[in-house]
Ligand binder design. Structure first.
Ligand SMILES: [Fe+2]
Ligand SMILES: [Fe+2]
Length: 168
C-alpha cells in the first residue's frame, strides 16, 4: 500500500472519530437544553444525530473497502470539540458549538478530497457528498444563530429601556 493510500485511510478515520464525537455532543444537547426557546434546536439536533451516525457508517464502509478497519472505543479520539454549555438555557452557546463542529467536519472533508482527488475518486465522491450534508447543517444552524442573536439583542434593548424608565 502506498503512503498516499495510508494517509487517506488515516484521514477517513479522523473524520469517523469526529462524526462520533458530534453524535455524542448533539445527543447531549438535544437532551440537556432547557426552555421554550430551545425546543426547535433540540428537535433539529435530535434529527441530526441519525444523519451523523450514517456519516460514520459510510466512512466505515469506505475504510474497510480500502483495507483498513474501524477503531474500537479505546482508540476513538474524542474531546476536541466545543463542549455543551453548562448553562442549559444558553441556546446561543449551543448553536455556536454546533457551527464549530460542522466547520471542522467540513474542513476535514475538504482536506480528504484534496488528498484523494485523482488517485481515489470513490473516496473523493463520498467526502463530497458528506461535505454537502455538513454545508446544509451549517446553513441551518447559521440561520438559527442569526435568529437567536437578534432575539437576544432585542430583549436586551427592551430590558435596558425598562430599567431606564424605572429610574425616572
Ligand atoms: Fe457529519
Ligand atoms: Fe453535520
Amino acid at each position: 500500500m502506498s503512503d498516499r493510500h495510508d494517509k487517506v485511510i488515516a484521514m477517513l478515520t479522523e473524520s469517523y472519530c469526529m462524526e462520533l464525537e458530534t453524535v455524542m455532543n448533539y445527543l447531549a444537547l438535544s437532551v440537556n437544553l432547557d426552555g421554550v426557546r430551545a425546543e426547535q434546536i433540540k428537535q433539529a439536533l435530535a434529527a441530526d444525530v441519525g444523519e451523523e451516525i450514517s456519516h460514520a457508517q459510510e466512512l466505515g464502509k469506505r475504510i474497510k473497502q480500502l483495507g483498513g478497519a474501524l477503531p474500537g472505543s479505546a482508540d476513538v479520539s474524542v474531546g476536541h470539540q466545543v463542549q455543551p454549555p453548562s448553562d442549559t438555557t444558553d441556546v446561543v452557546a449551543a448553536i455556536k458549538g454546533v457551527i464549530d463542529a460542522e466547520e471542522s467536519a467540513r474542513s476535514q472533508y475538504l482536506k480528504t478530497i484534496a488528498a484523494s482527488d485523482g488517485s481515489d475518486p470513490v473516496t473523493a465522491d463520498l467526502c463530497t457528498r458528506l461535505l454537502a450534508d455538513e454545508e446544509e447543517h451549517l446553513v441551518l444552524f447559521r440561520g438559527f444563530l442569526k435568529e437567536y442573536e437578534s432575539e437576544m439583542s432585542a430583549r436586551r434593548a427592551l430590558e435596558t429601556r425598562s430599567a431606564a424608565a424605572s429610574t425616572h
